[in-house]
Design a binder for this molecule. Structure first.
Ligand code: FES
Length: 165
């Protein structure tokens, strides 16, 4: 009787060891699969990095005769105001220098008014009321070979820059 119990005890020991071995085996596979998965994700991220595609900072906006003298136009999708004056054109950023809202051109008052906190800018982009700390940046402009005007948002210019026509 005592011999059987020992055998059973031995059989239980073997089975526990076997279970541990299997557990370790599957744990190793789990670690390996997890590592391979992370490696695969890293490779995919390397081949297809997260990139935010933005439109080019240099773009065409049309010919001078498309704009009336004295007009202020918003260039859709570019966040740029195009101002036509007697001498030519200038392009202003349509992003408020306070916290980045888009100012609105008020034709009646001839000013840009920011709807967020009441910032105000003269037609030339100079800030004169409210919290904006700086004027609206003015962007470089030039003519393309086809006669259309171009704005380059990557180049800020002095506040007296005008593309003469
Ligand atoms: S964002 Fe324009 S005044 Fe605050």
């Amino acid at each position: 009787m005592a011999k059987t119990a020992v055998k059973m005890k031995g059989a239980a020991k073997v089975s526990r060891r076997e279970a541990l071995r299997k557990g370790l085996f599957w744990a190793c596979w789990g670690v390996f699969i997890g590592f391979a998965g992370m490696l695969g994700v890293s490779i995919v991220r390397f081949v297809y990095p997260r990139i935010v595609w933005e439109p080019s900072s240099l773009f065409k906006i049309g010919k001078p005769d498309e704009y009336d003298v004295g007009s202020v136009s918003i260039i859709e999708g570019r966040k740029v105001f195009l101002v036509r004056v007697n001498e030519g054109f200038y392009a202003l950023s349509a992003i408020c220098t306070h916290l980045g809202c888009q100012p609105i051109w008020e034709e009646d008052n001839q000013i840009f008014m920011c709807p967020c906190h009441g910032g105000r800018f003269y037609k030339d982009g100079i800030n004169f009321a409210g919290p904006p700390p700086r004027p609206l940046p003015r962007y470089y402009m030039k003519f393309a070979p086809d006669g259309r005007m171009m704005v380059d948002k990557s180049k800020e210019v002095r506040m007296d820059f005008i593309l003469t026509v």
